[in-house]
Every structure is written in C-alpha cells, then in structure tokens.
Design a protein around this ligand. Structure first.
Ligand SMILES: C[S@@+](CC[C@H](N)C(=O)[O-])C[C@H]1O[C@@H](n2cnc3c(N)ncnc32)[C@H](O)[C@@H]1O
Length: 277
C-alpha cells in the first residue's frame, strides 16, 4: 500500500504559495496547518506590530466553538451557514457541529479567491460540508445559491454565523439592510451568531485604555469598521438575545474561570447569539 500524498502536494495550481494570502495568515494566527512560509513571514511582521492580535483572534475562534457547540447540542440546530468564513481550518464550524451531530450540514461562503480554491480542497472528503464563492453583502444571492438551496432547508431553523465579517460593510444602514436580508429569509427559531469588534463610547469603564486599543485595532486591521455596542445590537433585527446577550466574547459562557486580565484589545471583541422568534 502506498502512503497518501501530503495535502500540500495535492493542491491545485490556482493556489499560489509564492505570495501570502490573508486567509492563510489568519489560519497561521490561529495555529492552523494550512499556511506556507510566506504567510508565516507576514504573520511574524504583523505580530511584531500588534502582539495582542493572536490572543484576540483566538478569543474570536473560542467563542465560535462555544456558540456552535451550544447551537448543535442544546438548540438542536443541524444546518449552519458560515459567511466570510475564511479557511475552514483550525477547529471550525463543521468540525464542532459534526462532533455533536455527524449529520449536521455546514455551508461556508467567502469571496477571497485563495479561500475558495483552498477551502474546496480541504473539504473534498466531507459529505456534509460545502464551500461556495459568495459575497456576504448580497444575502439574496447567497441564499439562492444552488448549493445552499439543495443542502439547507430554509423552511427549518438554521444558524447564520457572521464572525468578524460585518466590519467589511462600512456604512451602518447598509450593514443593517444586509443583516435584515438574511434574517427575513430565515425560518422562525433560526439563530444569528456574530462577533464584531467594538468602538468604545466615552464614559465607558476604562475608556482611555480602550480607545488606545481601538486605534491600534483599526490600524492592524485596515478596512475594518468598528461599531458601538448599540450599533452592533442593531445588526440582529427583531431577534432575541440568548443570555448573557451582547458581551465581551470571553465573557459569553466561558468554559471556566479566567486566568489573568483580558487585554484592552480582547475587551473590544464583542459577541452575541440571538434567536428569531
Ligand atoms: C477576519 S476574517 C474572519 C474569518 C472567520 N469568520 C473567523 O471569524 O475566524 C474575514 C473574512 O471575511 C471575508 N470577506 C470579506 N469581505 C467579504 C465579502 N464581501 N464577501 C464574502 N466574504 C468576505 C474575508 O475573505 C475573510 O475570510
């Protein structure tokens, strides 16, 4: 019997390993294995500028894992749509949902060409997980994609995941319209899970320190629009938050007591899960 080829050798030619891909840099940041020397070199430069970034990215991923586990196990959700998913690696939605329910169906969508090419290769052996190219700002196109309509039953509850994605829509009214476009099409009993970095408001506890972290976060993640907590809440139209509501991600049903203080940047990572009545 011949040993299976290492995965990197089976990569199709459209996966360019000579230039860094932000999605693979993010995978490296999370401790994933689907990245190359060029990606790790760029990550090293980024971490030198913002040493807190890996901890913040991990807080985001830890939240996703806890939320998906709760959805699959306690809320009985067996269909997930994860938009702006990045590479489906490093303990992602399908691994968590299918560890609870092996039949759970997961559709990932992203518009980054590196993610699309590489994501499909990563999922080719998984029967219940799919990857589609899609623009998260166009809910009607994503929800009518043939892969979505043939594998997700929108007449039954689904969970829509929007982790660190709505930042890519700069205008608040546009972001609200996009989220309403998804939620309107989702059945009653569906959930939206979202992480979104927060812009602190004057008067909030530790404001000065949080504001400095906010400026640094924006610099490190060019193109992100950070929002106040009320603005983030407005991205869950007509929905009811699962306790404890919209909070610092690490404070959302943590798995145990906190060891040490959260950095100001980690305190800007806000998360919430809400149900459509
Ligand atoms: C910061 S990453 C977050 C990845 C993942 N959701 C997570 O939380 O770990 C943002 C992702 O959104 C994707 N993205 C940005 N704009 C998008 C758009 N208009 N449509 C689809 N995906 C988009 C990027 O390609 C990237 O993979």
């Amino acid at each position: 019997m011949t040993a299976p080829e290492p995965r990197a050798h089976r990569l199709p030619p459209q996966i360019d390993t000579s230039k860094p891909s932000l999605a693979r840099v993010y995978d490296a940041l999370l401790g994933g294995k689907d990245n190359f020397d060029v990606d790790r070199a760029l990550l090293a430069q980024m971490v030198e500028l913002t040493p807190e970034m890996p901890a913040v990215a991990r807080a985001n991923r830890r939240w996703l894992i806890r939320a998906v586990r709760w959805l699959a196990r306690d809320a009985g959700i067996d269909q997930f749509l994860d938009v702006g998913s990045g590479l489906p690696t490093a303990e992602n939605t399908h691994e968590v949902a299918q560890s609870v329910n092996p039949e759970a169906v997961v559709v990932y969508a992203d518009n980054d060409p590196a993610v699309i090419a590489h994501g499909r290769v990563l999922l080719e052996d998984n029967e219940h997980t799919y990857f589609i190219p899609g623009d998260l700002t166009k809910p009607e196109e994503i929800l009518s994609d043939p892969v979505v309509t043939s594998h997700l039953d929108l007449d039954r509850p689904i969970a829509l995941l929007q982790c660190l994605t709505v930042h890519h829509i700069p205008d608040l009214a546009d972001a609200q319209r996009v989220m309403a476009g998804y939620v309107d099409r989702m059945a009653s009993g569906s959930y939206v899970g979202m992480t979104h970095a927060e812009r602190p408001e004057p008067g909030s506890e530790g404001y000065e320190e949080l504001w400095q972290a906010y400026e640094k976060f924006r610099e490190a993640s060019a193109g992100f629009t950070l929002r106040t907590r009320d603005e983030i809440a407005s991205l869950f139209p007509g929905m009811e938050f699962v306790e404890p509501g919209l909070v610092v991600a690490d404070d959302w049903w943590p798995e145990g007591p906190r060891v040490g203080e959260l950095s100001p940047m980690a305190r800007l990572m806000t998360a919430g899960l809400a149900r459509k009545p």
